[in-house]
Design a protein around this ligand. Structure first.
Ligand code: NAD
Length: 491
């Protein structure tokens, strides 16, 4: 196994400043009232960074009350006033970027190239929402009934509970916080208990910028704090990014009082490669988009479905390119670095999925090994699999790309669609008609042609089927975090 991780963190200049590990409620750092604790672990070493006390239902109630109290004043601010505060927060993040990049790197094991991209995108989404929220559009005011003027107001929904995953901790929080706040809501935010460090730092940065109670953070687990938020009668909407399992658990809880829900859940992205595709481009794209963040990415290009006539050539090209990746601690510089799996249980799941596929007859083209003696490392892996193998339909969330072939394009699209997920997918072809036909036929919330994971802040990111509903990014997110009110005035 090619592992260049050095398990003793020798370079002390790398060490980021740890944030205050407490709730952030009503503008103050507050100790969790629960006695339960959890360790935040450095996945590159498998060692604890810090121990956290977890919150409970009582803490959620305190945070929701603070968010409720702050709502009228925040909602009444002009878009310009909210925009200026979000821009100030973006500037504070930009000023703190080196620290945030390192914090995310030690908590997630991510290479600095990935955490730099996370922080760039975080700054960008705050700036984008700060601008886009000043240009909202609705149906034009006018007399749609004789002598009666109609106008449409766009109002905040109220207090929003936000729950986020461990794979892009800062960025997933930023996607939702920026849109929810700009639309005039107040927020109670529960980051993943596995990777809370950059979210805690974000709360510290917000302390001197946002009015008290506008952004609150409660530490804790999904079943305790996530569910308490979902049940709370003063929470008007729940927005969750995470697994289908967690999405369904929250959706089922909020159904009992008809709260709004916004869900960004798992994915299984097909990459359909036609016989006329530029194979060099396809291989470069899968090398990047299949292994970015070590494949711990909901939109990862993990499932190649390729025309049988070009499968061997593509597989060779891909193996060559992916073979140059090196498993390395974030502290070690390198363009070709990949980080570890996030925690022991996830490492075991990824290794089991590889092992079970191999038992069913999958051929290992590259990788396939793991090492959890110090950290949770899985080699970048390519598997040649047969049609219908379960690994082609289930989310691995690791550095594993499968390759299956097709002879008939219509059947390939049917196969790509025959999964529970519908987040993103791509098609590689030189033919514009094929590109359009396949893009329309793919049952996924975003489809890329001759690229994968093109994710501009201006465009909506949302899934179909069990990948959830609710749009992040773009002006559509502002729509999702607001409600319309029709006022009719007889004159
Ligand atoms: P997870 O579902 O285990 O946890 C996500 C969040 O939900 C965490 O904060 C967790 O504490 C909370 N949670 C868990 N169970 C809950 C419950 N019963 N009630 C309320 N909250 C609960 O997911 P994860 O392992 O942190 O993240 C990986 C998953 O996230 C993958 O499936 C991935 O595809 C998905 N994801 C999706 C997107 C997207 O944009 N669609 C982006 C990133 C990650």
């Amino acid at each position: 196994m090619v592992l260049s991780a050095d398990v003793s963190r020798s370079d002390t200049s790398f060490a980021p400043r740890l944030p205050q590990c407490s709730h952030f409620i009503d503008g103050q750092h507050v100790d969790p009232s629960g006695s339960e604790t959890t360790e935040v672990v450095d996945p590159a070493r498998g060692k604890a960074i810090v121990s956290l006390r977890l919150g409970n239902e009582k803490d959620v109630d305190t945070a929701v009350c603070a968010a409720r109290a702050a709502l009228p004043t925040w909602a009444a601010k002009t878009p310009q006033a909210r925009s200026e505060l979000l821009l100030a927060l973006a500037e504070a993040i930009a000023t703190d970027r080196e620290n945030l990049e390192k914090l995310e790197a030690i908590n997630c094991g991510k290479p600095l190239a990935v955490t730099a991209d996370d922080v760039d995108s975080t700054i960008d989404v705050f700036r984008f929402m700060a601008g886009a929220g000043r240009t909202g559009s609705t149906i034009p005011a006018g007399d749609y009934v004789a002598d009666t003027m109609s106008l449409v107001l766009r109002e905040p929904i109220g207090v929003i509970g936000l729950v986020t995953p461990w794979n892009y901790p800062l960025l997933m929080g930023a996607w939702k916080i920026s849109a929810a706040l700009m639309a005039g809501n107040t927020v109670v935010y529960k980051p993943s208990e596995v990777t809370p460090l950059t979210s805690l730092r974000l709360a510290e940065l917000a302390k001197d910028i946002l009015p008290a109670g506008v952004l609150n953070l409660v530490l804790g687990t999904g079943p305790e704090v996530g569910q308490s938020l979902s049940k709370h009668p003063q929470v008007d909407m729940m927005a969750l990014t995470g697994s289908v399992r967690a999405g369904m658990a929250v959706a089922s809880t909020i159904a009992s009082d008809l709260k709004r829900g916004h869900f960004e859940l798992g994915g299984k992205a097909p990459v359909i490669i036609c016989d006329d595709a530029d194979l060099e481009n396809a291989a470069n794209t899968v090398t990047e988009a299949g292994y970015w963040n070590s494949g711990q990415e909901c939109g990862a290009a993990t499932r190649v479905i390729i025309h049988e006539s070009v499968a061997d050539e593509f597989t060779q090209l891909l193996a060559q390119k992916v073979g140059s990746y090196v498993l390395a601690d974030p502290e070690i510089p390198g363009e070709e670095n990949l980080g570890p799996m996030i925690y022991q249980g996830h490492y075991a799941k990824v290794m089991d999925m590889i092992g079970e596929a191999v038992e069913r007859g999958a051929e290992i083209v590259l990788g396939g090994n793991g090492d959890d003696s110090a950290g949770f490392w899985v080699e970048p892996t390519i598997l040649k699999v047969s049609i219908g193998d379960p690994i082609t339909e289930n989310e691995v969330f690791g550095p594993v790309v499968t390759i299956e072939t097709f002879s008939d394009l219509t059947e390939a699209v049917e196969r790509a669609n025959a999964v529970e997920y519908g987040l993103t997918g791509s098609v590689f072809t030189a033919d514009v008609s094929t590109a359009l036909e396949v893009s329309k036929a793919l049952d996924f919330g975003s489809v890329n042609v001759n690229t994968h994971l093109a994710l501009p802040t201006e465009m909506p990111w949302s899934g179909f089927k069990h990948s959830g509903y609710g749009r992040d990014l773009s002006a559509y997110a502002l729509d999702d975090f607001s409600r319309t009110k029709h006022i009719a005035i007889r004159h």
